[in-house]
Write a protein that binds this ligand. Sequence first.
Ligand SMILES: Cc1cc2nc3c(=O)[nH]c(=O)nc-3n(C[C@H](O)[C@H](O)[C@H](O)COP(=O)(O)OP(=O)(O)OC[C@H]3O[C@@H](n4cnc5c(N)ncnc54)[C@H](O)[C@@H]3O)c2cc1C
Length: 506
Amino acid sequence: MAAVVVVGSGLAGLLAAVRAADAGHRVTVVTKGTLDEGSTRHAQGGIAAALFADDSVDAHVRDTLRAGAGHCDPAAVRVLCEEGPARVRDLIRFGAAFDRDESGLARGLEAAHSRARVVHAGGDATGAEIQRALVATVRSRAVELVEHAMLADVLTCRGRACGVRLLIGGQYVDRPADAVVLATGGTGQLYGRTTNPAVATGDGVAAAWRAGARVDDLEFTQFHPTALAAPGTPLISEAVRGEGAVLRDASGERFMPSRHPLAELAPRDVVAREVAAAMRRHGDAPATLDATALGAAFLARRFPGIDAATRAAGYDWSREPVPVTPAAHYAMGGIATDLWGRTSVPGLFAIGECARTGVHGANRLASNSLLEAAVFADRAGRVLGEPFPHAHAASRAQLRTEGAAPRSSAAGPFTRAALQDLMWTRAGLERSGDGLAGASALLDDWALAQPAEPAPAVEAIEDANLLLLARLTVDAALARRESRGAHHRLDHPERDPALGALPEAA
Ligand SMILES: Cc1cc2nc3c(=O)[nH]c(=O)nc-3n(C[C@H](O)[C@H](O)[C@H](O)COP(=O)(O)OP(=O)(O)OC[C@H]3O[C@@H](n4cnc5c(N)ncnc54)[C@H](O)[C@@H]3O)c2cc1C
Protein backbone atom coordinates (compact mmCIF):
# COMPACT_ATOMS: atom_id res chain seq x y z
CA MET A 1 0.00 0.00 0.00
CA ALA A 2 1.40 3.38 -1.01
CA ALA A 3 0.69 6.86 0.35
CA VAL A 4 -0.60 8.71 -2.71
CA VAL A 5 -1.19 12.46 -3.00
CA VAL A 6 -3.37 13.47 -5.96
CA VAL A 7 -3.21 17.17 -6.81
CA GLY A 8 -6.37 18.44 -8.50
CA SER A 9 -10.00 17.40 -8.39
CA GLY A 10 -11.20 17.47 -12.00
CA LEU A 11 -12.02 14.33 -13.97
CA ALA A 12 -8.39 13.16 -14.03
CA GLY A 13 -7.65 13.67 -10.33
CA LEU A 14 -10.90 12.25 -8.99
CA LEU A 15 -10.86 9.20 -11.23
CA ALA A 16 -7.23 8.44 -10.31
CA ALA A 17 -8.11 8.85 -6.62
CA VAL A 18 -11.02 6.41 -6.92
CA ARG A 19 -8.87 3.86 -8.76
CA ALA A 20 -6.01 4.24 -6.25
CA ALA A 21 -8.35 3.87 -3.28
CA ASP A 22 -9.93 0.79 -4.87
CA ALA A 23 -6.43 -0.65 -5.34
CA GLY A 24 -5.88 -0.32 -1.60
CA HIS A 25 -3.64 2.76 -1.49
CA ARG A 26 -3.88 5.48 1.15
CA VAL A 27 -5.09 8.44 -0.91
CA THR A 28 -5.28 12.18 -0.31
CA VAL A 29 -6.72 14.61 -2.86
CA VAL A 30 -5.62 18.23 -2.47
CA THR A 31 -7.20 20.94 -4.56
CA LYS A 32 -6.71 24.69 -4.95
CA GLY A 33 -10.34 25.70 -4.64
CA THR A 34 -13.44 23.69 -3.89
CA LEU A 35 -13.69 20.09 -4.99
CA ASP A 36 -15.81 20.86 -8.07
CA GLU A 37 -13.69 23.73 -9.46
CA GLY A 38 -11.67 23.23 -12.67
CA SER A 39 -12.23 22.92 -16.40
CA THR A 40 -14.06 19.60 -16.14
CA ARG A 41 -17.26 21.07 -14.84
CA HIS A 42 -17.31 23.63 -17.67
CA ALA A 43 -17.00 21.04 -20.45
CA GLN A 44 -19.92 21.34 -22.82
CA GLY A 45 -19.81 19.33 -26.03
CA GLY A 46 -19.10 15.92 -24.58
CA ILE A 47 -16.74 12.99 -24.60
CA ALA A 48 -15.74 11.16 -27.77
CA ALA A 49 -15.50 7.36 -27.94
CA ALA A 50 -16.12 4.62 -30.49
CA LEU A 51 -19.23 3.31 -28.73
CA PHE A 52 -21.59 2.90 -31.66
CA ALA A 53 -22.12 0.13 -34.22
CA ASP A 54 -21.33 2.37 -37.21
CA ASP A 55 -18.05 3.51 -35.64
CA SER A 56 -14.72 1.81 -34.95
CA VAL A 57 -11.58 2.29 -32.90
CA ASP A 58 -9.64 2.53 -36.16
CA ALA A 59 -11.83 5.39 -37.40
CA HIS A 60 -11.37 7.25 -34.11
CA VAL A 61 -7.60 6.66 -34.30
CA ARG A 62 -7.53 7.98 -37.88
CA ASP A 63 -9.47 11.15 -37.01
CA THR A 64 -7.26 11.82 -33.96
CA LEU A 65 -4.03 11.37 -35.92
CA ARG A 66 -5.26 13.58 -38.74
CA ALA A 67 -6.24 16.40 -36.38
CA GLY A 68 -2.85 16.06 -34.61
CA ALA A 69 -1.05 17.16 -37.81
CA GLY A 70 1.70 14.55 -37.81
CA HIS A 71 2.71 15.15 -34.22
CA CYS A 72 0.75 12.51 -32.29
CA ASP A 73 2.27 9.48 -30.64
CA PRO A 74 0.40 6.69 -32.48
CA ALA A 75 0.79 4.24 -29.58
CA ALA A 76 -0.81 6.72 -27.16
CA VAL A 77 -3.62 7.44 -29.64
CA ARG A 78 -4.37 3.72 -29.94
CA VAL A 79 -4.52 3.34 -26.16
CA LEU A 80 -6.87 6.35 -25.98
CA CYS A 81 -9.26 5.08 -28.62
CA GLU A 82 -9.18 1.40 -27.59
CA GLU A 83 -9.73 2.00 -23.87
CA GLY A 84 -12.05 5.01 -24.30
CA PRO A 85 -15.35 3.09 -24.60
CA ALA A 86 -14.67 1.17 -21.36
CA ARG A 87 -13.88 4.41 -19.52
CA VAL A 88 -17.14 6.02 -20.69
CA ARG A 89 -18.98 2.93 -19.42
CA ASP A 90 -17.13 3.35 -16.10
CA LEU A 91 -18.41 6.94 -15.87
CA ILE A 92 -21.92 5.66 -16.48
CA ARG A 93 -21.40 3.09 -13.71
CA PHE A 94 -20.23 5.91 -11.41
CA GLY A 95 -23.59 7.58 -12.04
CA ALA A 96 -22.97 10.03 -14.89
CA ALA A 97 -26.29 10.31 -16.73
CA PHE A 98 -25.50 10.86 -20.40
CA ASP A 99 -28.33 12.04 -22.65
CA ARG A 100 -30.37 9.35 -24.33
CA ASP A 101 -32.67 9.19 -27.33
CA GLU A 102 -34.83 6.47 -28.85
CA SER A 103 -31.71 4.57 -30.07
CA GLY A 104 -29.93 4.57 -26.70
CA LEU A 105 -27.08 6.97 -25.90
CA ALA A 106 -27.56 10.23 -27.79
CA ARG A 107 -24.54 11.41 -29.76
CA GLY A 108 -23.32 14.56 -31.46
CA LEU A 109 -20.96 15.35 -34.32
CA GLU A 110 -18.02 17.70 -33.79
CA ALA A 111 -15.34 19.18 -36.01
CA ALA A 112 -12.95 16.77 -37.75
CA HIS A 113 -14.77 13.64 -36.50
CA SER A 114 -15.75 11.35 -39.39
CA ARG A 115 -18.63 9.92 -37.29
CA ALA A 116 -21.09 11.23 -34.73
CA ARG A 117 -19.45 9.79 -31.58
CA VAL A 118 -19.62 12.54 -28.94
CA VAL A 119 -21.83 11.60 -26.01
CA HIS A 120 -23.12 14.40 -23.84
CA ALA A 121 -25.14 15.09 -20.71
CA GLY A 122 -27.71 17.73 -19.82
CA GLY A 123 -27.45 18.96 -23.43
CA ASP A 124 -24.32 21.06 -23.02
CA ALA A 125 -23.57 20.29 -19.35
CA THR A 126 -21.47 17.15 -19.87
CA GLY A 127 -18.60 18.20 -17.63
CA ALA A 128 -20.85 19.27 -14.77
CA GLU A 129 -22.54 15.88 -14.80
CA ILE A 130 -19.25 13.96 -14.89
CA GLN A 131 -17.87 16.15 -12.08
CA ARG A 132 -21.01 15.61 -9.99
CA ALA A 133 -20.85 11.84 -10.40
CA LEU A 134 -17.14 11.66 -9.58
CA VAL A 135 -17.40 13.90 -6.52
CA ALA A 136 -20.14 11.60 -5.21
CA THR A 137 -18.03 8.52 -6.03
CA VAL A 138 -14.86 9.80 -4.37
CA ARG A 139 -16.85 10.78 -1.28
CA SER A 140 -18.04 7.17 -1.05
CA ARG A 141 -14.41 5.95 -0.78
CA ALA A 142 -11.92 6.26 2.08
CA VAL A 143 -10.14 9.20 0.43
CA GLU A 144 -8.93 12.23 2.39
CA LEU A 145 -10.16 15.38 0.62
CA VAL A 146 -8.40 18.70 1.30
CA GLU A 147 -9.90 21.79 -0.33
CA HIS A 148 -8.20 25.22 -0.57
CA ALA A 149 -4.78 23.56 -0.50
CA MET A 150 -2.51 24.83 -3.28
CA LEU A 151 0.42 22.86 -4.62
CA ALA A 152 3.46 25.15 -4.37
CA ASP A 153 6.11 22.57 -5.27
CA VAL A 154 6.82 18.90 -5.72
CA LEU A 155 9.34 17.67 -3.13
CA THR A 156 12.13 15.43 -4.36
CA CYS A 157 14.43 13.15 -2.37
CA ARG A 158 17.44 11.60 -4.15
CA GLY A 159 15.91 12.23 -7.56
CA ARG A 160 12.43 10.91 -6.89
CA ALA A 161 9.21 12.62 -5.90
CA CYS A 162 8.65 12.18 -2.18
CA GLY A 163 5.85 14.61 -1.40
CA VAL A 164 4.34 18.02 -2.01
CA ARG A 165 4.69 21.47 -0.51
CA LEU A 166 1.22 22.96 -0.07
CA LEU A 167 0.04 26.45 0.71
CA ILE A 168 -2.84 26.19 3.17
CA GLY A 169 -4.22 29.31 4.81
CA GLY A 170 -1.09 31.33 4.03
CA GLN A 171 1.28 28.70 5.52
CA TYR A 172 3.49 26.14 3.79
CA VAL A 173 2.77 22.54 4.80
CA ASP A 174 4.94 19.65 3.57
CA ARG A 175 3.14 16.39 2.95
CA PRO A 176 5.25 13.25 2.31
CA ALA A 177 4.07 10.70 -0.26
CA ASP A 178 5.27 7.57 -2.03
CA ALA A 179 3.62 8.73 -5.25
CA VAL A 180 2.52 12.21 -6.35
CA VAL A 181 -0.12 12.48 -9.09
CA LEU A 182 -0.40 15.87 -10.78
CA ALA A 183 -3.86 16.50 -12.25
CA THR A 184 -3.81 20.29 -12.17
CA GLY A 185 -5.42 20.99 -15.54
CA GLY A 186 -4.55 23.57 -18.18
CA THR A 187 -2.70 26.82 -18.70
CA GLY A 188 -5.41 28.99 -20.27
CA GLN A 189 -4.78 31.88 -17.88
CA LEU A 190 -1.57 32.56 -19.81
CA TYR A 191 -3.76 34.38 -22.32
CA GLY A 192 -5.90 37.49 -22.16
CA ARG A 193 -8.81 35.74 -23.84
CA THR A 194 -9.53 32.26 -22.54
CA THR A 195 -12.41 29.92 -21.95
CA ASN A 196 -10.60 28.41 -18.94
CA PRO A 197 -11.53 28.99 -15.30
CA ALA A 198 -9.36 31.11 -12.99
CA VAL A 199 -7.62 28.05 -11.48
CA ALA A 200 -6.04 27.15 -14.86
CA THR A 201 -2.66 28.75 -14.18
CA GLY A 202 -0.49 25.75 -15.07
CA ASP A 203 0.79 25.27 -11.50
CA GLY A 204 1.41 21.55 -11.92
CA VAL A 205 3.42 21.98 -15.12
CA ALA A 206 5.56 24.69 -13.51
CA ALA A 207 6.10 22.66 -10.32
CA ALA A 208 7.00 19.54 -12.32
CA TRP A 209 9.51 21.52 -14.36
CA ARG A 210 11.09 22.89 -11.19
CA ALA A 211 11.31 19.31 -9.87
CA GLY A 212 13.30 18.37 -12.99
CA ALA A 213 10.55 16.70 -15.03
CA ARG A 214 10.52 16.88 -18.80
CA VAL A 215 7.88 19.13 -20.32
CA ASP A 216 7.02 19.01 -24.01
CA ASP A 217 4.98 20.62 -26.79
CA LEU A 218 4.25 23.84 -24.90
CA GLU A 219 4.13 25.69 -28.22
CA PHE A 220 0.86 23.91 -29.00
CA THR A 221 -2.05 25.78 -27.42
CA GLN A 222 -5.46 25.24 -28.90
CA PHE A 223 -7.46 28.38 -29.50
CA HIS A 224 -11.19 27.78 -29.68
CA PRO A 225 -12.81 29.64 -32.61
CA THR A 226 -16.03 30.55 -30.86
CA ALA A 227 -15.97 32.15 -27.43
CA LEU A 228 -18.74 34.67 -26.92
CA ALA A 229 -17.20 38.14 -27.33
CA ALA A 230 -18.42 39.24 -23.90
CA PRO A 231 -16.82 39.51 -20.46
CA GLY A 232 -15.37 36.14 -19.37
CA THR A 233 -15.41 34.91 -23.02
CA PRO A 234 -17.74 31.97 -22.28
CA LEU A 235 -17.40 29.08 -24.69
CA ILE A 236 -19.90 28.35 -27.43
CA SER A 237 -19.30 24.68 -28.07
CA GLU A 238 -18.34 23.29 -31.44
CA ALA A 239 -21.40 21.09 -31.09
CA VAL A 240 -23.46 24.17 -32.00
CA ARG A 241 -21.70 24.26 -35.38
CA GLY A 242 -22.10 20.47 -35.48
CA GLU A 243 -25.85 21.05 -35.31
CA GLY A 244 -25.70 23.52 -38.22
CA ALA A 245 -24.81 26.99 -36.95
CA VAL A 246 -22.62 29.00 -39.35
CA LEU A 247 -19.96 31.70 -39.01
CA ARG A 248 -20.32 35.13 -40.60
CA ASP A 249 -18.01 38.12 -40.74
CA ALA A 250 -19.06 41.54 -39.48
CA SER A 251 -20.69 42.30 -42.86
CA GLY A 252 -22.87 39.18 -42.55
CA GLU A 253 -21.01 37.10 -45.13
CA ARG A 254 -20.48 33.39 -44.44
CA PHE A 255 -16.73 32.82 -44.96
CA MET A 256 -15.79 29.23 -44.01
CA PRO A 257 -17.10 27.33 -47.10
CA SER A 258 -14.59 29.14 -49.32
CA ARG A 259 -11.73 28.48 -46.87
CA HIS A 260 -11.98 24.74 -46.16
CA PRO A 261 -13.93 21.76 -47.58
CA LEU A 262 -15.33 21.04 -44.10
CA ALA A 263 -16.44 24.68 -43.73
CA GLU A 264 -17.42 25.42 -40.10
CA LEU A 265 -16.39 21.89 -39.07
CA ALA A 266 -12.80 22.21 -40.28
CA PRO A 267 -10.11 21.55 -37.62
CA ARG A 268 -10.18 24.08 -34.78
CA ASP A 269 -6.89 25.78 -35.62
CA VAL A 270 -8.09 26.44 -39.17
CA VAL A 271 -11.46 27.84 -38.04
CA ALA A 272 -9.87 29.91 -35.24
CA ARG A 273 -7.39 31.54 -37.63
CA GLU A 274 -10.14 32.23 -40.17
CA VAL A 275 -12.27 33.87 -37.49
CA ALA A 276 -9.27 36.01 -36.49
CA ALA A 277 -8.66 36.90 -40.16
CA ALA A 278 -12.33 37.82 -40.63
CA MET A 279 -12.06 40.07 -37.58
CA ARG A 280 -8.93 41.73 -38.97
CA ARG A 281 -10.66 42.40 -42.31
CA HIS A 282 -13.33 44.30 -40.40
CA GLY A 283 -11.18 46.42 -38.08
CA ASP A 284 -11.21 43.78 -35.29
CA ALA A 285 -15.02 43.70 -35.11
CA PRO A 286 -16.03 40.25 -33.82
CA ALA A 287 -17.26 37.63 -36.27
CA THR A 288 -20.70 36.22 -35.55
CA LEU A 289 -22.11 32.77 -35.00
CA ASP A 290 -25.49 32.39 -36.64
CA ALA A 291 -27.59 29.71 -34.93
CA THR A 292 -30.93 31.30 -35.79
CA ALA A 293 -31.88 28.48 -38.19
CA LEU A 294 -31.88 26.00 -35.27
CA GLY A 295 -34.87 27.59 -33.57
CA ALA A 296 -35.44 28.80 -30.02
CA ALA A 297 -36.90 25.55 -28.66
CA PHE A 298 -34.07 23.37 -29.97
CA LEU A 299 -31.36 25.75 -28.76
CA ALA A 300 -32.85 25.94 -25.27
CA ARG A 301 -33.25 22.16 -25.03
CA ARG A 302 -29.96 21.05 -26.62
CA PHE A 303 -27.73 23.85 -25.28
CA PRO A 304 -29.34 25.14 -22.07
CA GLY A 305 -26.05 26.42 -20.58
CA ILE A 306 -25.00 28.34 -23.70
CA ASP A 307 -28.56 29.61 -24.09
CA ALA A 308 -28.37 31.04 -20.56
CA ALA A 309 -24.85 32.47 -21.10
CA THR A 310 -25.81 34.27 -24.32
CA ARG A 311 -28.97 35.66 -22.74
CA ALA A 312 -27.00 36.79 -19.66
CA ALA A 313 -24.73 38.72 -22.04
CA GLY A 314 -27.79 40.42 -23.56
CA TYR A 315 -28.26 38.36 -26.75
CA ASP A 316 -31.11 36.23 -28.03
CA TRP A 317 -29.21 33.79 -30.24
CA SER A 318 -32.40 32.27 -31.60
CA ARG A 319 -33.15 35.61 -33.28
CA GLU A 320 -29.76 37.17 -34.02
CA PRO A 321 -26.19 36.04 -34.74
CA VAL A 322 -24.00 36.48 -31.64
CA PRO A 323 -20.47 38.02 -31.62
CA VAL A 324 -17.63 35.52 -31.25
CA THR A 325 -13.85 35.63 -30.92
CA PRO A 326 -11.14 33.00 -30.69
CA ALA A 327 -9.88 32.31 -27.14
CA ALA A 328 -7.20 30.10 -25.58
CA HIS A 329 -8.88 26.83 -24.75
CA TYR A 330 -6.66 23.80 -24.30
CA ALA A 331 -2.99 22.96 -23.70
CA MET A 332 -1.82 20.09 -25.90
CA GLY A 333 1.62 20.22 -24.29
CA GLY A 334 2.56 19.74 -20.66
CA ILE A 335 4.42 17.30 -18.46
CA ALA A 336 5.81 14.52 -20.65
CA THR A 337 4.55 11.07 -19.66
CA ASP A 338 4.71 7.50 -20.85
CA LEU A 339 1.57 5.46 -21.56
CA TRP A 340 0.95 5.00 -17.81
CA GLY A 341 1.10 8.62 -16.70
CA ARG A 342 4.69 8.27 -15.45
CA THR A 343 6.86 11.37 -15.84
CA SER A 344 10.64 11.45 -16.16
CA VAL A 345 10.91 11.84 -12.35
CA PRO A 346 10.36 8.54 -10.52
CA GLY A 347 7.36 8.66 -8.22
CA LEU A 348 5.80 11.59 -10.12
CA PHE A 349 2.74 11.04 -12.34
CA ALA A 350 0.87 13.50 -14.53
CA ILE A 351 -2.61 12.96 -15.96
CA GLY A 352 -5.33 14.97 -17.67
CA GLU A 353 -4.71 18.32 -19.29
CA CYS A 354 -1.45 19.02 -17.43
CA ALA A 355 0.11 15.95 -19.06
CA ARG A 356 1.60 15.59 -22.51
CA THR A 357 0.77 11.99 -23.38
CA GLY A 358 1.13 12.46 -27.14
CA VAL A 359 -2.53 11.80 -27.97
CA HIS A 360 -3.27 15.33 -29.18
CA GLY A 361 -0.16 16.06 -31.22
CA ALA A 362 -0.23 19.57 -32.61
CA ASN A 363 -4.01 19.92 -32.36
CA ARG A 364 -6.54 18.15 -30.19
CA LEU A 365 -9.55 16.51 -31.76
CA ALA A 366 -12.70 17.92 -30.15
CA SER A 367 -13.97 16.00 -27.11
CA ASN A 368 -10.83 13.88 -26.84
CA SER A 369 -9.60 15.67 -23.71
CA LEU A 370 -12.18 14.36 -21.25
CA LEU A 371 -11.45 10.97 -22.77
CA GLU A 372 -7.69 11.39 -22.31
CA ALA A 373 -8.21 12.41 -18.68
CA ALA A 374 -10.31 9.30 -18.03
CA VAL A 375 -8.12 6.81 -19.90
CA PHE A 376 -4.77 7.89 -18.46
CA ALA A 377 -6.09 8.51 -14.92
CA ASP A 378 -7.29 4.92 -14.97
CA ARG A 379 -3.92 3.70 -16.27
CA ALA A 380 -1.93 5.69 -13.70
CA GLY A 381 -4.21 4.35 -10.97
CA ARG A 382 -3.29 0.83 -12.00
CA VAL A 383 0.52 1.26 -11.64
CA LEU A 384 0.80 3.71 -8.73
CA GLY A 385 2.40 1.26 -6.32
CA GLU A 386 4.85 -0.20 -8.82
CA PRO A 387 8.50 0.85 -9.17
CA PHE A 388 9.24 3.16 -12.10
CA PRO A 389 10.80 1.15 -14.92
CA HIS A 390 12.81 4.14 -16.10
CA ALA A 391 14.69 6.89 -14.35
CA HIS A 392 16.03 9.05 -17.13
CA ALA A 393 17.63 12.35 -16.44
CA ALA A 394 15.36 15.15 -17.49
CA SER A 395 16.34 17.01 -20.65
CA ARG A 396 15.86 20.22 -18.81
CA ALA A 397 16.67 23.33 -20.80
CA GLN A 398 18.30 26.22 -19.03
CA LEU A 399 16.00 29.17 -18.67
CA ARG A 400 17.07 31.90 -21.03
CA THR A 401 16.70 34.43 -18.23
CA GLU A 402 19.87 33.17 -16.58
CA GLY A 403 22.63 35.68 -17.21
CA ALA A 404 20.37 37.99 -19.23
CA ALA A 405 21.04 41.68 -18.84
CA PRO A 406 18.14 43.85 -17.69
CA ARG A 407 16.69 46.10 -20.36
CA SER A 408 14.49 49.06 -19.90
CA SER A 409 11.15 48.22 -21.34
CA ALA A 410 8.49 50.45 -22.79
CA ALA A 411 5.80 47.95 -21.86
CA GLY A 412 5.82 48.72 -18.15
CA PRO A 413 6.19 46.53 -15.09
CA PHE A 414 4.95 42.97 -14.74
CA THR A 415 1.27 42.49 -14.04
CA ARG A 416 -0.73 39.37 -14.83
CA ALA A 417 -2.85 41.36 -17.28
CA ALA A 418 0.26 42.65 -19.08
CA LEU A 419 1.63 39.08 -19.35
CA GLN A 420 -1.70 37.80 -20.69
CA ASP A 421 -1.80 40.60 -23.24
CA LEU A 422 1.78 39.91 -24.33
CA MET A 423 1.05 36.21 -24.80
CA TRP A 424 -2.16 36.93 -26.70
CA THR A 425 -0.51 39.36 -29.13
CA ARG A 426 2.92 37.72 -29.54
CA ALA A 427 2.46 34.03 -28.78
CA GLY A 428 -1.20 33.55 -29.69
CA LEU A 429 -2.99 32.32 -32.79
CA GLU A 430 -0.30 33.64 -35.10
CA ARG A 431 3.34 34.05 -34.18
CA SER A 432 6.48 35.36 -35.84
CA GLY A 433 10.16 35.15 -34.98
CA ASP A 434 10.34 38.91 -34.42
CA GLY A 435 7.22 39.01 -32.25
CA LEU A 436 8.38 36.08 -30.15
CA ALA A 437 11.87 37.57 -29.76
CA GLY A 438 10.29 40.80 -28.51
CA ALA A 439 8.16 38.85 -26.07
CA SER A 440 11.24 36.97 -24.94
CA ALA A 441 13.11 40.19 -24.13
CA LEU A 442 10.21 41.53 -22.12
CA LEU A 443 9.89 38.24 -20.23
CA ASP A 444 13.60 38.52 -19.35
CA ASP A 445 13.00 41.97 -17.90
CA TRP A 446 10.00 40.85 -15.90
CA ALA A 447 11.74 37.72 -14.60
CA LEU A 448 14.77 39.68 -13.44
CA ALA A 449 12.54 42.06 -11.50
CA GLN A 450 10.83 39.23 -9.61
CA PRO A 451 11.86 38.15 -6.11
CA ALA A 452 13.79 34.84 -5.97
CA GLU A 453 10.85 33.22 -4.16
CA PRO A 454 7.23 34.33 -4.52
CA ALA A 455 5.40 35.44 -1.39
CA PRO A 456 3.38 32.66 0.28
CA ALA A 457 0.13 33.76 -1.35
CA VAL A 458 -1.96 32.06 -4.05
CA GLU A 459 -1.76 34.91 -6.57
CA ALA A 460 1.97 35.43 -6.13
CA ILE A 461 2.70 31.73 -6.71
CA GLU A 462 0.35 31.66 -9.71
CA ASP A 463 2.06 34.73 -11.18
CA ALA A 464 5.49 33.13 -10.81
CA ASN A 465 4.17 29.96 -12.47
CA LEU A 466 2.59 31.90 -15.35
CA LEU A 467 5.82 33.82 -15.92
CA LEU A 468 7.80 30.56 -16.01
CA LEU A 469 5.30 28.95 -18.39
CA ALA A 470 5.31 32.01 -20.64
CA ARG A 471 9.10 31.72 -20.88
CA LEU A 472 8.98 28.00 -21.69
CA THR A 473 6.15 28.53 -24.21
CA VAL A 474 7.88 31.39 -26.02
CA ASP A 475 11.17 29.45 -26.18
CA ALA A 476 9.34 26.43 -27.60
CA ALA A 477 7.50 28.58 -30.15
CA LEU A 478 10.74 30.27 -31.21
CA ALA A 479 12.46 26.91 -31.62
CA ARG A 480 9.72 25.43 -33.83
CA ARG A 481 10.43 27.12 -37.16
CA GLU A 482 7.44 25.76 -39.02
CA SER A 483 3.65 25.91 -38.89
CA ARG A 484 1.91 22.78 -37.66
CA GLY A 485 -1.54 22.39 -36.17
CA ALA A 486 -2.20 25.06 -33.57
CA HIS A 487 1.33 26.51 -33.87
CA HIS A 488 1.24 29.00 -36.73
CA ARG A 489 4.38 30.96 -37.64
CA LEU A 490 3.78 33.77 -40.13
CA ASP A 491 7.50 33.68 -41.00
CA HIS A 492 7.48 29.87 -41.47
CA PRO A 493 4.00 29.22 -42.88
CA GLU A 494 4.71 25.71 -44.16
CA ARG A 495 4.99 22.45 -42.31
CA ASP A 496 8.58 21.13 -42.13
CA PRO A 497 8.39 17.35 -42.66
CA ALA A 498 11.69 16.94 -40.78
CA LEU A 499 10.06 18.26 -37.59
CA GLY A 500 7.10 15.88 -37.67
CA ALA A 501 8.76 12.74 -36.39
CA LEU A 502 5.52 10.80 -36.25
CA PRO A 503 3.26 9.51 -39.01
CA GLU A 504 -0.04 11.22 -39.66
CA ALA A 505 -1.96 8.10 -40.52
CA ALA A 506 -1.97 4.73 -38.80
C1 LIG B 1 -15.32 25.81 -21.29
C2 LIG B 1 -14.68 24.49 -21.58
C3 LIG B 1 -15.36 23.54 -22.32
C4 LIG B 1 -14.77 22.31 -22.60
N1 LIG B 1 -15.49 21.38 -23.29
C5 LIG B 1 -14.94 20.15 -23.47
C6 LIG B 1 -15.70 19.10 -24.08
O1 LIG B 1 -16.86 19.27 -24.41
N2 LIG B 1 -15.08 17.90 -24.26
C7 LIG B 1 -13.80 17.65 -23.89
O2 LIG B 1 -13.30 16.53 -24.09
N3 LIG B 1 -13.07 18.63 -23.30
C8 LIG B 1 -13.61 19.85 -23.07
N4 LIG B 1 -12.86 20.81 -22.46
C9 LIG B 1 -11.53 20.46 -21.95
C10 LIG B 1 -11.68 19.60 -20.72
O3 LIG B 1 -12.75 20.10 -19.94
C11 LIG B 1 -10.43 19.58 -19.87
O4 LIG B 1 -9.31 19.32 -20.66
C12 LIG B 1 -10.53 18.50 -18.81
O5 LIG B 1 -11.70 18.69 -18.05
C13 LIG B 1 -9.31 18.55 -17.91
O6 LIG B 1 -9.54 17.74 -16.79
P1 LIG B 1 -8.42 17.72 -15.67
O7 LIG B 1 -8.93 16.83 -14.60
O8 LIG B 1 -7.11 17.44 -16.28
O9 LIG B 1 -8.34 19.25 -15.16
P2 LIG B 1 -9.42 20.19 -14.47
O10 LIG B 1 -10.78 19.68 -14.59
O11 LIG B 1 -9.13 21.56 -14.96
O12 LIG B 1 -9.02 20.10 -12.94
C14 LIG B 1 -7.81 20.66 -12.48
C15 LIG B 1 -7.84 20.64 -10.98
O13 LIG B 1 -6.57 21.00 -10.44
C16 LIG B 1 -6.77 21.96 -9.42
N5 LIG B 1 -5.52 22.74 -9.30
C17 LIG B 1 -4.95 23.56 -10.22
N6 LIG B 1 -3.80 24.06 -9.71
C18 LIG B 1 -3.67 23.56 -8.47
C19 LIG B 1 -2.71 23.72 -7.45
N7 LIG B 1 -1.63 24.52 -7.58
N8 LIG B 1 -2.89 23.08 -6.27
C20 LIG B 1 -3.97 22.27 -6.07
N9 LIG B 1 -4.92 22.07 -7.02
C21 LIG B 1 -4.76 22.71 -8.20
C22 LIG B 1 -7.97 22.75 -9.87
O14 LIG B 1 -8.53 23.48 -8.82
C23 LIG B 1 -8.84 21.61 -10.38
O15 LIG B 1 -9.47 20.96 -9.30
C24 LIG B 1 -13.45 22.05 -22.16
C25 LIG B 1 -12.76 23.01 -21.44
C26 LIG B 1 -13.35 24.22 -21.14
C27 LIG B 1 -12.59 25.23 -20.34
